[in-house]
Design a protein around this ligand. Sequence first.
Ligand SMILES: [Zn+2]
Length: 225
Amino acid sequence: MLVTKHVLLASTVHATPYYIVRGMRPGPVMFITSGVHGNETASMAAAQKLADDCATGRHVIQRGLLIIVPRVNQQAYAKKIRGKPDLNRTFPRRMSGKAKHPLAAAVFQLAREHRADWWLDLHEANGLSQLSSRVLGQTLITNPGSRTTPACRRVIKRMNRSIAIRDRHFNLKQHELPGSARTAASRRLQARSVTVETCWSLKRSTRIKYQTKIVHHFLREAGMS
Ligand SMILES: [Zn+2]
């Protein structure tokens, strides 16, 4: 297995590393982004850990191509803020539309170049969805009617079986969010796109564990590991 490190928007203020992991055999392309919001640190840690585990051989990608951008918005990450403007409103909205931010444009172009079949965008959010349907903490989000929905339901089922505390169970949300990576990936690239949201009031190590497990479940769903 081969892992190569690259830099997106090199020599600009937005420069950010990304990794390409080549599986043992050909197969689907999965694109994983994290740090679209700079203060969602457990998701970034999980994405970086996946890249590191692939590089050291701790995790093996059997089939396909895995592309990981662990900290999309480096400037926001440096300040531990969500980021202004909100990058997750700047991805292309219409078929012919352009991204409204150089980072969103570069990330989207990278996914398009590699013909991403899957796009997991890792985030963190407020609250526990099990206790209130109005919050996004502990959810997987897809676009309404997405063909990714059955896989999301299976992943949620597997996750919840392993989580003893019921309040922390994951739920599915279906939501169209114009300008988000998820909606752009689904509408423009016809990718199976999912936003992963852990609750950031949980312990950091727990959040990293949940993010990591979810990504691994999706890699299996895609037949990649
Ligand atoms: Zn977020």
